[in-house]
Design a protein around this ligand. Sequence first.
Ligand code: MN
Length: 244
Amino acid sequence: MIDFHCHLDLYSDPKQVARECIDRKIYVLSVTTTPSAWVGTCQIHPDSKYIKTALGLHPQLAHERYAEIDLFGSQVKQARYIGEIGLDGAPEYSFSFKKQMDVFNSILRICANAGGRLMSIHSRRSSQLVLDCLKRQPESGVPILHWFSGSNHDLKCAIEMDCWFSVGPQMFVSQRGRQLIMNMPRNRIITETDGPFAQINGRPLFPWDVEFALNGLSEIWETPVSIVRQNIFNNFSELLRKMG
Ligand code: MN
């Protein structure tokens, strides 16, 4: 199984969650929300092929942590994966939107200068602007739009721009989420949980809960779950190949 967007450092016992992922052979992209958290988060489990730690600066923290962009720039050489980054256009973050844009554009420029990276991107209520920023930095790498919730038109643009999509259990709960997933190319989807932020049945999601997403894809694609699993794994391999 693959959980390509999980906040491992935010569980009450991250090491235990990491161990369980390794026991279950679950590949996890452990995303971070600030550059200063990156080194520590890498230490949760340094030597596993299953756990990879992404360097991030979350848009909801941009107004507090923008000064860490220099740290981001100095760490990018060691970081093969980037996330969580992006924009959040929800009304409660409108006060910081300009700062978010500055930070996101700087990050894309840094990634482009570093030769491109795999990037896990937040685009809540801002998908069109996220795509505009990506369009201006085509060398920044491979965008993986996490929990995409934009319009059908933006989805079409994202597909044309060769974006990838990571989908989690909560996307399958709403009719809208299912409809978007139905229109995403099957060869550019991977699974995620966004745990422990994202919840199901009143409890935080764990990486093994990607099972819910695999079952959801199986229903939407009318394909046996064993085939879905293989499909997602092939996509994951293809994604890693892209970055050498
Ligand atoms: Mn997240």
